[in-house]
Design a protein around this ligand. Structure first.
Ligand SMILES: [Zn+2]
Length: 409
């Protein structure tokens, strides 16, 4: 072996060693919640274990729901922030989480009863920012300690050890954190694979009369939703319950809540279930003045997917568009902080017109699906400028977004 090849081998050996140690730099992260109907709070432990741990975690607390934080070492409280410097090889942080949350209307969007609990894991575990060495990765689990006889459903796969332990996937995040809806307790559920998506619909026991209808509705419509959004998550949990839960639909990560009294298709021939599915599919949120884009897309597809899947005839779909056009007149702008009611109708109408405008110069090759897919590509914040760029890339100067918006007046 020449000196040169010796050095080369030595170098490659060092590189391999570096790669292996970077690969091996993994630590365990366990979010463990103990829930019991005897206590109105969940007891939460965040446990880290490994030769190396993140330098610093900052938890952004909700002071009304995250209480009594404590740790053996390294914890400082600063207003609504908890700064935690964990020490290897093992460190734990504990707190209590107030499960039930009543809205001003008197209904709940998070509730613990004697038999079940419905809540969101991204509220249970607050947002956390982390300082961590490059290449140090977490293997994360969400675990529940529940009374005997209680079940759990979360939008994650079970680990092989326990049906109450879930493997957390949180792509692109330095610190994986559980997100989405949860239902715990005496529950009933139905499951199927639809268009490659592992779908589970769940309700408190005794409230599951419509689980099969809901699953069949998803079997009917989800393939068309996935056609528009091929990046649809591989897992979907739909949680439903009746009073006193909030009478609406609310999407979360890989999951959604829908009140049991809400029809799958309403009188005006739109579907709040599809509306929420589109939110799950896109994972986008509106930046400044762009909430109408997020809501407009969801509301456009809430009727369009019904038509596309054959649930509405051309005539009935046209009537729905006419109805939206009338309702949209009650709003005089798209640019509000939170789009709802007539503003969302106006935004859905814009989406419909944008679709028609794109069809013309492209001989039907481009349409709103292309715009929606592109907006959803990075699952983050969207803006009007981004929408304009996408439209420009599809149809050049022939489609003028500003003119389409102005035409809504
Ligand atoms: Zn919405």
């Amino acid at each position: 072996m020449s000196f040169r090849s010796y050095i080369t081998s030595l170098l490659s050996l060092l590189l391999v060693t570096a790669a292996v140690s970077a690969q091996a730099a993994e630590y365990e992260l366990v979010y463990r919640a103990t829930v019991s109907p005897d206590r109105e709070v969940a007891r939460v432990e965040i446990r880290l274990q490994g030769e190396k741990l993140p330098r610093r975690l900052v938890l952004h607390l909700n002071p009304e729901r995250h209480l009594k934080l404590h740790s053996d070492a390294g914890l400082t409280l600063d207003g609504d922030r908890a700064i935690w410097k964990p020490k290897a090889p093992q460190a734990s942080l504990h707190y209590e989480f107030v499960i039930s949350e009543q809205k001003a209307s008197g209904s709940y969007d998070s509730l613990l009863t004697a038999d079940w609990a419905i809540l969101r894991s991204d509220k249970l575990i607050p947002p956390i920012t982390v300082s961590v060495a490059k290449g140090l990765n977490a293997r994360a689990q969400l675990q529940f300690e529940l009374p005997s006889g209680w079940s759990s459903a979360a939008p994650y796969a079970n680990t092989s050890e326990s049906k109450h332990h879930y493997e957390i996937v949180d792509p692109g995040r330095l610190l994986p954190r559980p997100k989405g809806w949860l239902i715990l307790g005496n529950i009933t559920s139905r499951q199927d694979i639809i268009a490659g998506v592992d779908v589970r619909v769940a309700a408190p026991a005794g409230q599951g009369e419509r689980l099969q209808d809901t699953l069949a509705f998803l079997a009917w419509t989800l393939p068309d939703v996935k056609d528009v959004f091929p990046g649809f998550p591989d897992r979907l949990l739909v949680v439903t319950a009746g009073k006193p839960m909030w009478r609406g639909g609310l999407s979360g990560t890989r999951s959604l809540f829908m009140h049991a009294d809400r029809p799958l298709i309403s009188g005006n021939r739109t579907s709040s279930m599809i509306h929420e599915l589109v939110h799950v599919a896109t994972g986008i949120n509106g930046g400044k003045d762009a909430d109408w884009i997020v809501e407009g897309l969801a509301e456009y597809y809430a009727a369009n997917i019904l038509w596309r899947s054959g649930a509405l005839s051309d005539l009935r779909y046209q009537q729905t568009l006419d109805w939206k056009e009338n309702w949209a007149r009650k709003a005089d702008t798209l640019f509000v902080k939170r789009s709802s009611g007539p503003v969302t109708a106006r935004a859905a109408l814009f989406m419909h017109r944008l679709h028609l405008a794109l069809q013309d110069p492209t001989d039907g090759a481009a349409g709103l699906d292309d715009v929606a897919r592109e907006l959803a590509r990075d699952r983050g914040r969207v803006s009007l400028a981004q929408l304009k760029q996408i439209v420009h890339a599809l149809a050049g100067a022939e489609v003028d977004v500003d003119a389409l918006i102005a035409d809504l007046e």
